[in-house]
Design a protein around this ligand. Structure first.
Ligand SMILES: [Mg+2]
Length: 197
């Protein structure tokens, strides 16, 4: 049985990647992942260049074009409400944490905190870790829920249990993305202490 849950923010609790691409004028629905090709993997800059009608982006020009408001205003995913409820019902809010990796730009860290403050229940608003080293938090009874496969692999390597959220850039890109399908699977990982990949 899992006794603590670590929730990723971008593209788990919120819809980040399509939203940021749409905010830059790319041809993609801001609220859906269907326009993002698996072959782009983690390369959001390549995705932006392919999807934009005119512009080509470098990593530098891409991230310079992203307004910090995008992090703060990213819409809730369909996982958000049922996942928060599931954490409250199983491990409790006192054992639920947000783990998120800010970019090197300090504006991203502060915008992520604004998102947390705006959207999460009061009890969770200070339960966060801003770190690129999530695996340091892993224990044999902690579950990481994340769309970044590097994170879920590192978490497991450090004895933790992980649940990979299917997204176009990871190995579960052909699985259902819907919360209705995913929540029972996450519930199972919490009760059995087994990773999903
Ligand atoms: Mg993420």
């Amino acid at each position: 049985m899992i006794n603590s849950v670590y929730l990723d923010l971008d593209d788990c609790l919120n819809i980040f990647t399509p939203y940021v691409l749409a905010s830059l004028g790319c041809s993609i629905n801001a609220l859906h992942y269907t326009g993002y090709k698996h072959e782009w993997g983690w390369d959001i800059v390549e995705a932006a260049t392919q999807l934009h009608p005119k512009k080509r982006f470098s990593a530098r020009s891409f991230w310079q074009s992203v307004s910090p408001h995008v992090w703060a205003d990213a819409p809730l995913s369909d996982l958000f409400s049922p996942l928060i409820q599931l954490c409250q019902d199983t491990v409790g809010f006192e054992n639920t944490y947000i783990t998120t990796t800010p970019s090197i730009d300090t504006a991203s860290a502060s915008a992520k905190l604004r998102w947390i403050n705006k959207n999460l229940p009061l009890e969770l608003r200070r339960n966060y870790f801003l770190t690129p080293h999530k695996f340091r938090l892993a224990t044999s009874k902690s579950l990481l829920i994340d769309d970044n496969e590097d994170n879920t692999i590192a978490w497991k390597r450090n004895n933790g249990i992980s649940f990979l959220v299917p997204r176009p850039w990871n190995s579960l890109h052909n699985s259902s993305f819907s919360a209705r399908r995913l929540i029972p699977k996450i519930e199972k990982s919490i009760s059995t202490g087994e990773s999903n990949v």
